[in-house]
Design a protein around this ligand. Structure first.
Ligand SMILES: Cc1cc2nc3c(=O)[nH]c(=O)nc-3n(C[C@H](O)[C@H](O)[C@H](O)COP(=O)(O)O)c2cc1C
Length: 191
């Protein structure tokens, strides 16, 4: 199993990372390889809406000569896509929205490479907005024909300072159950 873990937080080792790594740890022990994509610091502009990907149909983004096409290739190579975002003003971060728009559109107007990959989202908030943000990430999986395993609760946690979410024991248990379900699904459907 190849996992792409997409961190939409500008804090490389913040709470979103804690949650993503909590899901990845048991998967790695089960034999998975994990590719961590930290979007902050990458050159990734929002979608330009140029529609060149739809005209050319070569599986590439032509909007900007930035890191978008490398991310498309890293996404193509993965069986499981984990999306992680902190809540920013009740929504996802700009970094992860750029990833979703750029990669999602190229997939949709080309060969649908996201279809039937496994997708799971993790979200952290200091206080509120976590469920709307969680829904936004899950809607991206669903419109792209991906398969979304559940857990024992929604995959959301609470914390403000870096690392604080690890004290949210219910969130940590939810992430452990999510990892277990991802592994179960992979074992059930892998070729
Ligand atoms: C610009 C900005 C907007 C934020 N908006 C919210 C919000 O709407 N609701 C909330 O509960 N927390 C909000 N927060 C707090 C973060 O979601 C919280 O600190 C989170 O743990 C950060 O995760 P990270 O360590 O992965 O970056 C905001 C933080 C920033 C910097």
């Amino acid at each position: 199993m190849k996992v792409l873990s997409v961190n939409g937080s500008p804090r490389k080792d913040g709470n979103t990372s804690v949650m993503l790594r909590r899901v990845c740890a048991p998967l790695t022990r089960g034999g998975a390889t994990v590719d961590e994509a930290h979007l902050h610091g990458m050159d990734l502009s929002p979608c330009s809406g140029c529609m060149t990907c739809m005209r050319k149909k070569d599986g590439k983004c032509h909007g900007y000569p930035d890191d978008g096409n490398a991310l498309i290739e890293r996404t193509r190579a993965a069986d499981v896509i984990l999306l992680g975002s902190p809540v920013y003003f009740g929504s996802v971060t700009g970094q992860i929205k750029a990833y979703m728009d750029r990669i999602g559109f190229v997939s949709r107007v080309n060969d649908g490479f996201l279809r039937r990959k496994i997708g799971a989202a993790v979200v952290v908030a200091r206080r509120a907005g976590e469920l709307l943000t969680f829904a936004e990430l899950n809607m991206w999986f669903l419109i792209n024909g991906m398969v979304v395993p559940g857990s024992s609760y929604w995959n959301v946690g609470h914390g403000r300072k870096e690392g604080e979410v690890s004290q949210d024991t219910e969130a940590m248990a939810t992430l452990d159950d999510l990892a277990d379900n991802i592994q179960w699904l992979w074992d059930a459907v892998r070729p």
